[in-house]
Write a protein that binds this ligand. Structure first.
Ligand code: DMJ
Length: 742
């Protein structure tokens, strides 16, 4: 640091002006405006001309001059100045020393200025000239050093230079861990592990080694696979990977913004399957995909964004089940589009969901319908594709449904205004009761909502429903269809495995399976219920057809609904866990229901099943009332064929399924899509002009699965909700794996 001089010691050359004497410590030139050296703690004098703004380092050097050249140029220029001065007045080496490093003493160059009589620089002569040279040199050096520092600190990559040159930071040189994530230390590692520390370390090292080996093997496998691919395929894969990565990032941001925890998305098992080996099956499957395309394209053309399509009048159809939530067909169809690999259509559906699916509407909706179609559809779309938008929308909608549970018992209302949160029940439902099939068909979706949102409230709500049911006495072990949400008492004693009751039983079984068979309560409730159903409702006709009747206060109505036909598939699905060696019996029960339901189709002129068929008055499996003769593109019979095919591989199920395809093509297909039929016994078609959204989500999906290999959505990994939306089984070790990945 330059020394401070007392004002009295300032040079008194004629014309020398220091603009602020109290701060100026030396004036270095006889010129009228001179450079001053200031106390580094003091501010610049107020009267001095404003310093020009410091240009950025690269501007000082000149845009085209690379740093080393520029610095070298600076040094060359410095030396040239020194040489010029040397020529003018040869200088002893000592005079090149910095001013404040000069030896002291009278007459000595650069001695303490102003020290002793005559101290300071000489007024004239060669030594005065040398002093000036020293100032010049000092200035040149300071300029040079400033340049160097400027370059280091202000050039764009200066931080790297700093860490590399000055700090030798090993961290800066280390590669980040793959994926940019820090690995948690293996359990037991570190001092906290105490005496078991070394054993823990060894185990961790072994685990690491195994992981490395596994990674290498996988890399090798992938390299081999890549080598077998065509360059075009490799390019396509790279493009897709990039796209996926970008989407993931975008999605995670969105999810984060919606307050959702970040989740590791694992590639789902069997989201798309192999081509069927048999060319005939291949062809049939392709035909079913074409049917999906026909339904989708027409919906898109005539009713895009609305709930359903009217295929005859070629316009949108609105059902009051969804209030004014829109897009039921889009959300219901997402997963079918995905598994059929209709990629463009899936993409446009996803974009619609992103931009238009809106739950902030003043709408009174059916909690059950919105849950199975919208929440179920969104959940499946998320689990298949990993697109965060679906998770976000599913959770958002789930939250909108929560006020439905605000009843004295926690048994939800059937109808809910999702804006006001006010609920009520269907006015026709036994003294203001809630309906078993409605409040009992929330379980699978709500468990997944908790899983995906990290919010236990969804699971708590549906577990409470179980609690209420388990506290109640059940007539003959049967569950009546009506339950009052205020009193917690059963309404009318009407029991059905069809409408009003059906999917309650389905969800008990599937809750157990979806929990990787840990939900013992669900299991017990299911098998107990099936036992009572067998005893009190299942009967055989004189013609040998097994059917499931309805129970009204102890009396049987020998009628079976189309809806009840799903039970064949349910019995087959539950066969494996059936108590008392009843596996075979449950499969057999499934097969018998499938046969009866097939008969209900076969005994019509259109080979499509009626809404309900009877086993009384001298008929079997035939509808006798006009208002039971319609077919609205329902899936239940085909659903049962699909389960029976998977469990038995008996070709008759594919044959029956194909009969249904032919009937659909002949009677339901119209230019504008697919329509329901008013009377399946009639010889001329009368269309109801509605393409139900479940035709795309269920009927066509189950048909497609029936003609696919079993590796597409395999049952060990997937459970279908009651609208055929696949939800993954929550395997016991999944949680542990996820913990490990965090
Ligand atoms: C679908 O919405 C579901 O399958 C529901 O469980 C019952 N009804 C229709 C299809 O028929």
């Amino acid at each position: 640091m330059p020394r401070l001089l007392p004002a009295s010691a300032l040079p008194q050359e004629p014309g020398a002006v220091c603009v602020n004497q109290s701060r100026c410590t030396s004036c270095s030139s006889p010129a009228p405006v001179r450079a001053c050296v200031y106390d580094s703690h003091a501010r610049a004098p107020p009267l001095s001309p404003p310093a020009p703004p410091t240009p950025p380092a690269h501007a000082l050097i000149g845009p085209a001059a690379p740093l080393p050249l520029a610095l070298a140029g600076g040094v060359r220029r410095c030396l040239a100045v020194v040489r010029r001065h040397r020529k003018a007045a040869p200088m002893p080496a000592v005079s090149l020393l910095p001013l404040f490093g000069s030896p002291a003493g009278p007459g000595a160059l650069g001695g303490p200025l102003g020290s002793g009589p005559g101290g300071g620089r000489k007024a004239s002569g060669p030594s005065a000239f040398r002093l000036t040279e020293k100032f010049v040199l000092l200035l040149v050096f300071s300029a040079f050093i400033t340049l160097c520092f400027g370059a280091i600190f202000f050039l764009p990559d200066s931080s790297k230079l700093l860490s590399g040159v000055f700090f030798h930071s090993s961290a800066a040189l280390q590669q980040p861990p793959p994926g940019g994530e820090q690995r948690a230390p293996p359990p037991g590692a570190g001092p906290a592990a105490g005496s078991s520390g070394s054993a823990g370390e060894a185990a961790a090292a072994a685990e690491n080694l195994a992981k490395i080996r596994e990674d290498h093997e996988r890399a090798l496998r992938e390299a081999k696979e890549t080598l077998q691919k065509l360059p075009e395929e490799i390019r396509r894969d790279i493009r897709q990977d990039k796209e996926k990565l970008l989407q993931d990032r975008r999605g995670r941001k969105e999810a984060g913004a919606a307050g959702l925890p970040s989740l590791l998305f694992r590639k789902p098992v069997g989201a798309v399957g192999r081509e069927p080996a048999d060319p005939n099956v291949q062809q049939k499957r392709a035909k079913i995909k074409e049917m999906m395309k026909h339904s989708w394209d027409n919906y898109k053309r005539y009713a895009w964004g609305l709930n359903e399509l009217k295929p005859i009048s070629k316009q949108g159809h609105s059902s009051n089940l969804f209030g004014n939530i829109q897009g039921a067909t889009i959300v219901d169809a997402l997963d079918t589009l995905y598994i059929m690999e209709m990629k463009d259509e899936f993409k446009e559906a996803k974009e619609w969901v992103e931009k238009n699916l809106d739950f902030n509407v003043n709408a009174e909706i059916s909690v059950f319908e919105v849950n199975i179609r919208f929440v179920g559809g969104l959940l499946s779309a998320y689990y298949l594709s990993g697109e965060e938008i679906f998770r976000k929308k599913a959770v958002e909608l789930g939250e909108k449904l929560l006020p439905a549970f605000n009843t004295p018992t926690g048994i939800p209302w059937a109808l809910l205004n999702i804006k006001s949160g006010i609920g009520r029940n269907w006015p026709w439902a036994s003294g203001g009761s809630s309906i078993l099939a409605e409040f009992g068909t929330l379980h699978l979706e709500f468990i997944h909502l908790s899983h995906l949102s990290g919010n236990p409230v969804f699971a708590e709500k549906v577990m409470n429903i179980r609690k209420v049911l388990n506290r109640l006495d059940k007539p003959e072990g049967l569950y009546p269809n009506y339950l009052n949400p205020s009193s917690g008492q059963w309404g009318q004693h009407h029991v059905s495995v069809g409408g009003l009751g059906d999917s309650f039983y389905e969800y008990l079984l599937k809750a157990w399976l979806m929990s990787d068979k840990t939900d013992e309560e669900g299991k017990k409730m299911y098998y107990d219920a099936v036992q009572s159903i067998e005893t009190h409702l299942i009967r055989k006709s004189s013609g040998g057809l097994t059917y499931i009747a309805e129970w009204k206060g102890g009396l049987l109505e020998h009628k079976m609904g189309h809806l009840t036909c799903f039970a064949g598939g349910m019995f087959a699905l539950g066969a494996d866990g059936a108590p008392n060696d009843k596996t075979g019996h449950h499969i057999e029960l499934g097969a018998e229901i499938a046969r009866t339901c097939h008969e209900s189709y076969d005994r019509t002129s259109m080979k499509l099943g009626p809404e309900a068929f009877r086993f009384d008055g001298g008929v079997e499996a035939i509808a006798t009332r006009q208002n039971e003769k319609y077919y609205i593109l329902r899936p239940e019979v085909i659903e049962t064929y699909m389960y029976m095919w998977r469990f038995t591989h008996d070709p008759k199920y594919r044959q029956w399924g194909w009969e249904a395809v032919e009937a659909l093509e002949q009677h339901c297909r119209v230019d504008g899509g697919y329509s329901g039929i008013r009377d399946v016994y009639s010889n001329h078609q009368s269309h109801d002009d509605v393409q139900q959204s479940f035709f795309l989500s269920e009927t066509l999906k189950y048909l497609y699965l029936l003609f696919s290999e079993d590796d597409l959505l395999p049952f060990e990994h997937w459970i279908f909700n009651t609208e055929a939306h696949p939800l993954p089984v929550l395997h016991r070790d999944d949680g542990k794996k996820e913990e490990k990945h965090k």
